[in-house]
Design a protein around this ligand. Sequence first.
Ligand SMILES: Nc1ncnc2c1ncn2[C@@H]1O[C@H](COP(=O)(O)OP(=O)(O)O)[C@@H](O)[C@H]1O
Ligand SMILES: [Mg+2]
Length: 307
Amino acid sequence: MLPLTSRRVVLVTGKGGVGKTTVAASLAMASARAGKRVLLCETQGATRIPALFGKPGKGYEASQVAANLSTLSITPQEAIQEYVMLQLHFQRLYRMVFQNRVMGPFVDAVPGLHDLVQLGKVWFAERETENGRPRWDQIVVDAPATGHGLTMLGAPRAMMDLTRAGPFFENAQRIAEMVEDPGRTGLVLVAIPEEMPLRETEQLFDRLGPMRNLVGGVVLNEVRPLPVSDPAAWPADHEALLVGAGSELRATVAIVDAELDAASRTAGARTRLDRLGVPRVDLPFLFRRDLGRTEIESFAEVFARAS
Ligand SMILES: Nc1ncnc2c1ncn2[C@@H]1O[C@H](COP(=O)(O)OP(=O)(O)O)[C@@H](O)[C@H]1O
Ligand SMILES: [Mg+2]
């Protein structure tokens, strides 16, 4: 069960490669199918999502990839420009400072600025209206991997500490208010049943400190199916049974053994994740690479059933 339906902004993070993009797309699809108008944002200039739906993307501009579901790719550069131009109304300042050959690189190096402006884009989308009502019911963010994700969450506070007052401070404060409000923002942590991703998830949870209340749930991805219907009946020591067996049978038995090991790692992973005290949803490992819309829809179904 992921109690995320009331949160307007859902940020998905986890160790690199564990399935953040897949989970973000599936969560967004689940909400879209439930009738919400959903914006799914990639960060750091990533542009994988349109292809998942077999559609061309429009980069920084929202483009529809399925019913009720639009996606865009946030690049720090475009977000900086929009942040300064649209939110601070400082066109001249932008040109003077940000497009200046000498100043540009310095401004670019302001710590946390890239992260702040990307969150700023999300905040901007959250505020956006169309015909007098919010343009998006929910914004799902395919956030950077764990450590960087944490830095991004802290970016508004970091900017507030850096500036102390003025328009940058006030904007950062508004973004902090959105990010830190568990009624508006939810975090989804993705892991797979392997030691390093699990440890990163636990460490992230730990380091979130007071922001832990944002965590709406964890997803245990790539859960492999059981290789035999009754693992308890699988003989622990089958060497004696294999005397005289051919290589094919031996290979099959070895595969079953490996999959049973994976199953026990999965059981261990569930225990560890459940210790965090937040809801968990498991997604099955699908025996194919390059997942597409069909798989996203089947995962969306899992999330819909869980809520
Ligand atoms: N449950 C799953 N079963 C099989 N393959 C998966 C599953 N989840 C993700 N993948 C595949 O694993 C790779 C990494 O997933 P991705 O969502 O891109 O991870 P991340 O965004 O965390 O780097 C992709 O090729 C994706 O298709
Ligand atoms: Mg990704």
